[in-house]
Design a protein around this ligand. Structure first.
Ligand SMILES: [Zn+2]
Length: 130
């Protein structure tokens, strides 16, 4: 599917930068990346976009459901093109994330959700190292 249609479908104005980033990111493959790695990819293609602008675009993509932001401890925000519900392995040696299908994990015990709140989703991050 072409990225112009993808952007229009979610009512994002197809600016030059959004098109450039969408072409890099939304190619249908499941990917995990940081804004920094995207900036490097952009610059190897001969373009120059500030990190702030890249964050801005990626956050907009998250807001409209084109991307997911992975909750994890630490200061680096990781974005995910697989927006369906799933879990991850985190390779502590490389920082690489690998998807885990949701049906691979079942809970035998689960805490009661505090009164006045609802369960907004559970994402498991299994840390691995060699
Ligand atoms: Zn993922």
């Amino acid at each position: 599917m072409d990225v112009l249609k993808k952007l229009r479908d979610v009512k994002l104005r197809p600016t030059k930068q959004r098109i450039l980033l969408a072409n890099l990111i939304l190619d249908g493959k499941n990917k995990h990346f940081t804004a920094e790695t995207i900036q490097k990819e952009v610059s190897t293609k001969g373009h120059n976009i500030s990190l702030a602008t890249i964050y801005n675009c990626l956050n907009k993509f998250v807001n409209v459901g084109l991307l997911k932001q992975i909750d994890q401890q630490g200061e680096v925000t990781i974005f995910d093109t697989n927006v369906s519900h799933h879990h991850h392995f985190l390779n502590q040696n490389t920082g690489e994330l690998t998807d885990i299908e949701p049906n691979e994990i079942t809970f035998s015990k689960f805490p009661k959700i505090p009164r006045g709140f609802q369960n907004d989703g559970v994402e498991v991050l299994i840390k691995i190292r060699d």
